[in-house]
Design a protein around this ligand. Structure first.
Ligand SMILES: [Zn+2]
Ligand SMILES: [Zn+2]
Length: 379
Protein backbone atom coordinates (compact mmCIF):
# COMPACT_ATOMS: atom_id res chain seq x y z
CA UNK A 1 0.00 0.00 0.00
CA UNK A 2 2.30 2.73 -1.15
CA UNK A 3 -0.60 4.83 -2.34
CA UNK A 4 -1.48 8.23 -1.03
CA UNK A 5 -4.95 9.34 -0.03
CA UNK A 6 -5.63 11.51 -3.07
CA UNK A 7 -9.34 11.30 -2.27
CA UNK A 8 -8.89 13.73 0.60
CA UNK A 9 -7.16 16.31 -1.60
CA UNK A 10 -9.86 16.02 -4.20
CA UNK A 11 -12.57 16.69 -1.65
CA UNK A 12 -10.72 19.74 -0.33
CA UNK A 13 -10.27 21.25 -3.80
CA UNK A 14 -13.52 20.27 -5.40
CA UNK A 15 -15.77 21.10 -2.49
CA UNK A 16 -14.42 24.58 -2.00
CA UNK A 17 -14.84 25.35 -5.69
CA UNK A 18 -18.27 23.85 -6.06
CA UNK A 19 -20.13 24.21 -2.80
CA UNK A 20 -21.50 27.70 -3.36
CA UNK A 21 -23.26 29.44 -6.19
CA UNK A 22 -24.57 32.92 -6.84
CA UNK A 23 -28.27 33.37 -7.24
CA UNK A 24 -29.28 36.94 -8.04
CA UNK A 25 -25.99 38.27 -6.69
CA UNK A 26 -26.34 36.34 -3.42
CA UNK A 27 -23.99 33.52 -2.57
CA UNK A 28 -25.89 30.43 -1.54
CA UNK A 29 -25.28 26.79 -0.87
CA UNK A 30 -25.11 25.04 -4.21
CA UNK A 31 -27.87 22.68 -5.27
CA UNK A 32 -27.12 19.72 -7.45
CA UNK A 33 -29.18 19.52 -10.63
CA UNK A 34 -31.23 16.39 -11.16
CA UNK A 35 -28.95 13.65 -12.42
CA UNK A 36 -25.82 15.68 -11.68
CA UNK A 37 -23.02 14.11 -9.69
CA UNK A 38 -19.98 16.14 -8.69
CA UNK A 39 -16.67 14.35 -8.51
CA UNK A 40 -16.69 15.10 -4.79
CA UNK A 41 -20.12 13.54 -4.47
CA UNK A 42 -18.74 10.27 -5.84
CA UNK A 43 -15.70 10.38 -3.60
CA UNK A 44 -17.73 10.94 -0.45
CA UNK A 45 -20.61 8.59 -1.15
CA UNK A 46 -18.79 5.82 -3.08
CA UNK A 47 -14.97 5.85 -3.21
CA UNK A 48 -14.16 6.64 0.42
CA UNK A 49 -16.78 4.27 1.90
CA UNK A 50 -15.51 1.56 -0.44
CA UNK A 51 -11.89 2.16 0.57
CA UNK A 52 -12.80 2.23 4.26
CA UNK A 53 -14.67 -1.08 3.95
CA UNK A 54 -11.56 -2.62 2.36
CA UNK A 55 -9.31 -1.29 5.10
CA UNK A 56 -11.65 -2.55 7.81
CA UNK A 57 -11.90 -6.04 6.39
CA UNK A 58 -8.16 -6.04 5.63
CA UNK A 59 -7.58 -5.52 9.35
CA UNK A 60 -9.32 -8.81 10.08
CA UNK A 61 -12.58 -7.28 11.27
CA UNK A 62 -15.99 -8.46 10.13
CA UNK A 63 -16.95 -5.61 7.83
CA UNK A 64 -20.63 -6.66 7.79
CA UNK A 65 -20.84 -5.46 11.41
CA UNK A 66 -20.30 -1.89 10.22
CA UNK A 67 -22.43 0.50 8.26
CA UNK A 68 -20.14 2.74 6.20
CA UNK A 69 -21.68 5.63 4.29
CA UNK A 70 -21.04 9.22 3.39
CA UNK A 71 -22.99 12.39 2.74
CA UNK A 72 -22.28 15.61 0.88
CA UNK A 73 -25.70 16.99 1.29
CA UNK A 74 -29.11 17.03 2.80
CA UNK A 75 -32.64 16.81 1.58
CA UNK A 76 -33.30 18.59 -1.72
CA UNK A 77 -29.63 18.02 -2.68
CA UNK A 78 -28.32 21.23 -1.15
CA UNK A 79 -24.64 20.72 -0.42
CA UNK A 80 -23.94 20.48 3.26
CA UNK A 81 -21.35 22.54 5.09
CA UNK A 82 -19.50 19.61 6.58
CA UNK A 83 -19.32 16.56 4.30
CA UNK A 84 -18.63 13.30 6.13
CA UNK A 85 -18.09 9.58 5.83
CA UNK A 86 -19.20 7.59 8.88
CA UNK A 87 -18.33 4.13 10.18
CA UNK A 88 -21.11 2.91 12.46
CA UNK A 89 -21.16 -0.26 14.48
CA UNK A 90 -24.56 -1.66 13.60
CA UNK A 91 -25.12 -2.93 17.14
CA UNK A 92 -24.59 0.59 18.52
CA UNK A 93 -26.41 2.92 16.15
CA UNK A 94 -28.31 2.88 12.90
CA UNK A 95 -27.73 6.46 11.77
CA UNK A 96 -25.39 9.39 12.34
CA UNK A 97 -28.18 11.23 14.16
CA UNK A 98 -27.79 9.07 17.25
CA UNK A 99 -25.25 7.15 19.25
CA UNK A 100 -21.53 7.33 18.60
CA UNK A 101 -19.28 6.24 15.77
CA UNK A 102 -16.09 6.94 13.87
CA UNK A 103 -16.51 9.63 11.24
CA UNK A 104 -14.29 11.37 8.70
CA UNK A 105 -15.29 15.05 8.90
CA UNK A 106 -14.20 17.83 6.55
CA UNK A 107 -13.98 21.27 8.10
CA UNK A 108 -16.26 23.90 6.61
CA UNK A 109 -13.31 25.98 5.34
CA UNK A 110 -11.83 22.83 3.70
CA UNK A 111 -8.49 23.37 5.45
CA UNK A 112 -8.62 20.23 7.59
CA UNK A 113 -10.27 16.89 7.91
CA UNK A 114 -10.51 14.70 10.95
CA UNK A 115 -10.96 11.05 11.57
CA UNK A 116 -12.99 11.32 14.76
CA UNK A 117 -14.74 9.17 17.32
CA UNK A 118 -17.77 11.39 17.58
CA UNK A 119 -21.46 11.54 18.53
CA UNK A 120 -24.78 12.04 16.79
CA UNK A 121 -25.93 15.55 17.70
CA UNK A 122 -29.57 15.23 16.65
CA UNK A 123 -30.48 13.21 19.73
CA UNK A 124 -29.01 15.94 21.95
CA UNK A 125 -30.70 18.73 20.02
CA UNK A 126 -34.06 16.95 20.32
CA UNK A 127 -33.69 16.33 24.03
CA UNK A 128 -32.19 19.67 25.11
CA UNK A 129 -32.37 22.19 22.26
CA UNK A 130 -29.28 23.51 20.46
CA UNK A 131 -27.61 25.47 23.21
CA UNK A 132 -27.94 23.11 26.16
CA UNK A 133 -27.58 20.18 23.74
CA UNK A 134 -24.16 21.48 22.75
CA UNK A 135 -23.11 21.66 26.39
CA UNK A 136 -24.44 18.17 27.03
CA UNK A 137 -22.71 16.57 24.05
CA UNK A 138 -19.42 18.02 25.23
CA UNK A 139 -20.07 16.76 28.78
CA UNK A 140 -20.60 13.26 27.43
CA UNK A 141 -17.42 13.55 25.34
CA UNK A 142 -15.51 14.48 28.50
CA UNK A 143 -16.91 11.47 30.30
CA UNK A 144 -15.92 9.19 27.42
CA UNK A 145 -12.38 10.64 27.36
CA UNK A 146 -11.95 9.82 31.06
CA UNK A 147 -12.75 6.20 30.25
CA UNK A 148 -10.29 5.76 27.37
CA UNK A 149 -6.53 5.39 27.15
CA UNK A 150 -5.71 7.95 24.48
CA UNK A 151 -2.30 8.15 22.80
CA UNK A 152 -0.70 11.61 23.22
CA UNK A 153 -0.54 12.25 19.46
CA UNK A 154 -4.33 12.12 19.16
CA UNK A 155 -6.66 15.05 19.83
CA UNK A 156 -8.78 14.42 22.91
CA UNK A 157 -11.90 16.62 23.02
CA UNK A 158 -13.28 19.46 20.92
CA UNK A 159 -12.39 20.08 17.26
CA UNK A 160 -12.29 23.20 15.15
CA UNK A 161 -14.36 22.57 12.03
CA UNK A 162 -14.94 26.30 11.37
CA UNK A 163 -18.59 25.38 11.67
CA UNK A 164 -21.27 28.05 11.42
CA UNK A 165 -24.24 25.69 11.72
CA UNK A 166 -25.59 23.86 14.75
CA UNK A 167 -24.93 20.36 13.41
CA UNK A 168 -21.30 21.17 12.64
CA UNK A 169 -20.92 22.79 16.05
CA UNK A 170 -22.37 19.61 17.52
CA UNK A 171 -19.56 17.61 15.88
CA UNK A 172 -17.01 20.12 17.21
CA UNK A 173 -18.23 19.70 20.77
CA UNK A 174 -19.10 16.02 20.54
CA UNK A 175 -15.63 14.91 19.48
CA UNK A 176 -14.18 12.32 21.82
CA UNK A 177 -10.86 11.55 20.15
CA UNK A 178 -9.62 12.52 16.69
CA UNK A 179 -6.77 12.53 14.21
CA UNK A 180 -6.22 15.64 12.07
CA UNK A 181 -5.10 15.85 8.43
CA UNK A 182 -4.37 19.29 7.00
CA UNK A 183 -4.87 20.37 3.43
CA UNK A 184 -1.64 19.59 1.54
CA UNK A 185 -0.46 16.91 4.01
CA UNK A 186 0.69 13.78 2.22
CA UNK A 187 -1.22 10.91 3.80
CA UNK A 188 -0.39 7.38 2.79
CA UNK A 189 -3.12 4.82 2.63
CA UNK A 190 -1.17 2.72 5.14
CA UNK A 191 -1.13 5.57 7.63
CA UNK A 192 -4.80 6.27 7.12
CA UNK A 193 -5.51 2.57 7.70
CA UNK A 194 -3.51 2.52 10.93
CA UNK A 195 -5.28 5.66 12.17
CA UNK A 196 -8.67 4.21 11.28
CA UNK A 197 -7.94 0.96 13.12
CA UNK A 198 -6.67 2.90 16.13
CA UNK A 199 -9.97 4.80 16.29
CA UNK A 200 -12.04 1.66 15.76
CA UNK A 201 -10.16 0.09 18.68
CA UNK A 202 -11.04 3.08 20.87
CA UNK A 203 -14.65 2.80 19.65
CA UNK A 204 -14.72 -0.84 20.81
CA UNK A 205 -13.09 0.07 24.12
CA UNK A 206 -15.78 2.66 24.77
CA UNK A 207 -18.57 0.21 23.96
CA UNK A 208 -17.14 -2.23 26.50
CA UNK A 209 -16.70 0.46 29.17
CA UNK A 210 -19.85 2.56 28.79
CA UNK A 211 -22.29 0.53 26.67
CA UNK A 212 -24.39 1.68 23.74
CA UNK A 213 -26.04 4.73 25.31
CA UNK A 214 -23.58 7.35 26.53
CA UNK A 215 -26.40 9.70 27.53
CA UNK A 216 -27.36 7.25 30.30
CA UNK A 217 -24.20 8.22 32.12
CA UNK A 218 -25.08 11.89 32.44
CA UNK A 219 -26.18 13.05 35.83
CA UNK A 220 -29.47 14.87 36.07
CA UNK A 221 -29.49 18.29 34.49
CA UNK A 222 -28.60 21.25 36.59
CA UNK A 223 -31.52 23.52 37.34
CA UNK A 224 -30.16 26.18 35.00
CA UNK A 225 -29.73 23.74 32.12
CA UNK A 226 -33.22 22.39 32.65
CA UNK A 227 -34.85 25.83 32.64
CA UNK A 228 -32.83 26.97 29.65
CA UNK A 229 -33.64 23.85 27.64
CA UNK A 230 -37.35 24.15 28.51
CA UNK A 231 -37.48 27.77 27.34
CA UNK A 232 -35.62 27.00 24.14
CA UNK A 233 -37.66 23.93 23.24
CA UNK A 234 -40.87 25.89 23.94
CA UNK A 235 -40.08 28.16 21.00
CA UNK A 236 -39.39 25.31 18.57
CA UNK A 237 -41.85 22.69 19.80
CA UNK A 238 -42.61 20.00 17.28
CA UNK A 239 -46.31 19.39 16.73
CA UNK A 240 -46.01 15.92 18.25
CA UNK A 241 -48.77 15.66 20.83
CA UNK A 242 -48.68 13.59 23.98
CA UNK A 243 -50.93 10.60 24.45
CA UNK A 244 -53.81 11.32 26.85
CA UNK A 245 -54.34 9.62 30.20
CA UNK A 246 -51.79 8.52 32.73
CA UNK A 247 -48.15 8.06 31.73
CA UNK A 248 -45.65 5.68 33.36
CA UNK A 249 -43.19 7.21 35.84
CA UNK A 250 -40.00 8.60 34.28
CA UNK A 251 -36.76 6.60 34.50
CA UNK A 252 -34.37 7.25 37.34
CA UNK A 253 -31.08 9.05 36.85
CA UNK A 254 -28.08 6.72 36.61
CA UNK A 255 -24.71 7.44 38.16
CA UNK A 256 -24.09 9.23 41.42
CA UNK A 257 -27.58 10.65 41.81
CA UNK A 258 -29.47 7.38 41.81
CA UNK A 259 -32.92 7.75 43.28
CA UNK A 260 -33.75 10.99 41.48
CA UNK A 261 -36.10 10.88 38.54
CA UNK A 262 -35.28 12.25 35.09
CA UNK A 263 -37.20 15.35 34.09
CA UNK A 264 -37.90 15.83 30.42
CA UNK A 265 -37.47 19.48 29.38
CA UNK A 266 -39.94 18.91 26.55
CA UNK A 267 -42.72 18.35 29.10
CA UNK A 268 -41.80 21.67 30.69
CA UNK A 269 -41.66 23.28 27.25
CA UNK A 270 -45.24 22.20 26.53
CA UNK A 271 -46.35 23.80 29.80
CA UNK A 272 -44.44 27.01 29.11
CA UNK A 273 -45.91 27.26 25.64
CA UNK A 274 -49.44 26.66 26.96
CA UNK A 275 -48.91 29.44 29.51
CA UNK A 276 -47.88 31.80 26.71
CA UNK A 277 -44.48 32.38 28.38
CA UNK A 278 -46.20 34.17 31.28
CA UNK A 279 -46.22 33.61 35.02
CA UNK A 280 -49.22 31.50 35.95
CA UNK A 281 -49.58 33.07 39.38
CA UNK A 282 -50.16 36.47 37.71
CA UNK A 283 -49.55 37.01 33.98
CA UNK A 284 -48.47 40.58 34.63
CA UNK A 285 -45.50 39.51 36.78
CA UNK A 286 -42.31 40.93 35.36
CA UNK A 287 -39.55 38.78 33.96
CA UNK A 288 -36.88 39.44 31.35
CA UNK A 289 -36.31 38.54 27.71
CA UNK A 290 -34.27 35.42 27.10
CA UNK A 291 -31.06 36.04 25.14
CA UNK A 292 -31.50 32.78 23.27
CA UNK A 293 -35.23 32.69 22.51
CA UNK A 294 -36.07 36.43 22.53
CA UNK A 295 -39.20 35.55 24.50
CA UNK A 296 -40.05 36.23 28.15
CA UNK A 297 -38.05 33.85 30.32
CA UNK A 298 -40.22 31.81 32.68
CA UNK A 299 -39.29 28.86 34.85
CA UNK A 300 -40.91 25.46 34.94
CA UNK A 301 -41.96 24.15 38.34
CA UNK A 302 -43.53 20.80 39.25
CA UNK A 303 -46.64 21.68 41.27
CA UNK A 304 -46.47 18.27 42.92
CA UNK A 305 -42.70 18.12 43.37
CA UNK A 306 -40.76 15.28 41.71
CA UNK A 307 -39.55 14.14 45.14
CA UNK A 308 -43.15 12.81 45.59
CA UNK A 309 -42.84 10.55 42.53
CA UNK A 310 -42.27 7.48 44.72
CA UNK A 311 -45.81 7.90 46.08
CA UNK A 312 -47.38 7.80 42.60
CA UNK A 313 -47.80 4.96 40.11
CA UNK A 314 -48.13 7.50 37.27
CA UNK A 315 -45.71 10.12 36.00
CA UNK A 316 -45.58 13.52 37.73
CA UNK A 317 -43.41 14.81 34.90
CA UNK A 318 -46.34 15.82 32.69
CA UNK A 319 -47.31 19.30 31.44
CA UNK A 320 -50.48 19.22 33.57
CA UNK A 321 -48.29 19.13 36.69
CA UNK A 322 -45.81 21.73 35.48
CA UNK A 323 -46.51 25.43 35.96
CA UNK A 324 -44.71 28.35 34.34
CA UNK A 325 -43.55 30.90 36.90
CA UNK A 326 -41.69 34.18 36.86
CA UNK A 327 -38.28 33.76 38.55
CA UNK A 328 -39.51 35.60 41.68
CA UNK A 329 -42.55 33.37 42.13
CA UNK A 330 -40.44 30.31 41.45
CA UNK A 331 -37.99 31.15 44.22
CA UNK A 332 -40.99 31.70 46.47
CA UNK A 333 -42.25 28.17 45.80
CA UNK A 334 -38.92 26.80 46.96
CA UNK A 335 -37.92 29.20 49.73
CA UNK A 336 -40.80 31.29 51.07
CA UNK A 337 -42.45 30.95 54.48
CA UNK A 338 -45.46 28.72 53.92
CA UNK A 339 -47.92 31.48 54.82
CA UNK A 340 -46.64 33.67 51.98
CA UNK A 341 -46.81 30.85 49.50
CA UNK A 342 -50.17 29.37 50.46
CA UNK A 343 -52.46 31.67 48.37
CA UNK A 344 -50.44 31.12 45.14
CA UNK A 345 -50.28 27.40 45.76
CA UNK A 346 -54.04 27.24 46.31
CA UNK A 347 -54.72 29.22 43.18
CA UNK A 348 -52.56 27.01 40.96
CA UNK A 349 -53.91 23.84 42.54
CA UNK A 350 -57.50 24.79 41.80
CA UNK A 351 -56.75 25.75 38.17
CA UNK A 352 -54.88 22.48 37.63
CA UNK A 353 -56.91 19.93 39.60
CA UNK A 354 -59.07 18.75 36.66
CA UNK A 355 -56.06 18.49 34.35
CA UNK A 356 -54.14 16.56 37.01
CA UNK A 357 -57.03 14.10 37.34
CA UNK A 358 -56.95 13.56 33.54
CA UNK A 359 -53.46 12.13 34.13
CA UNK A 360 -54.70 10.04 37.10
CA UNK A 361 -52.74 12.26 39.46
CA UNK A 362 -54.83 12.50 42.60
CA UNK A 363 -53.77 14.46 45.65
CA UNK A 364 -55.55 16.43 48.36
CA UNK A 365 -54.62 20.08 48.84
CA UNK A 366 -53.85 19.31 52.52
CA UNK A 367 -51.31 16.71 51.46
CA UNK A 368 -49.70 19.22 49.10
CA UNK A 369 -49.55 21.76 51.94
CA UNK A 370 -47.56 19.26 53.95
CA UNK A 371 -45.08 18.78 51.12
CA UNK A 372 -44.55 22.54 50.79
CA UNK A 373 -44.14 22.99 54.53
CA UNK A 374 -41.01 20.86 54.31
CA UNK A 375 -38.33 21.21 51.61
CA UNK A 376 -39.15 21.35 47.91
CA UNK A 377 -35.96 20.08 46.36
CA UNK A 378 -36.09 20.07 42.56
CA UNK A 379 -37.71 22.25 39.95
ZN1 LIG B 1 -44.91 35.35 39.16
ZN1 LIG C 1 -39.40 24.63 41.17
Amino acid sequence: MGETMLELDKVFEDYLLNSEEEIGGVKARRRLRPGEALAVDNIITKDLPQLIRQLVSGSGRDVTKYRVYGSVGQLNRTLSYIPWVAVLRRDITKSTERGYYVVLLFSQDMQNCFLSLNQGFTQFREAFGDKVGNRKVSQVAGLAIQNLSIAPDLIAGPLDLSATRELGKGYESGAIVSRRYGVGDVISEAQFRDDLIQLLDLYDELVVKLGPNLLDHLESMSSDDYQEAANEIATVLPSKSLPTGSLPPPPKVAGRETGKYKRDPEMAAIAIQAAGHQCEVEPIHATFTSRKTKKPFVEAHHLIPMQCQNDFKVSLDVPENIVALCPGCHRKFHHARFGELKPSLGKLFSTRSAALKSRSINIELEKLHKVYKSDVEED
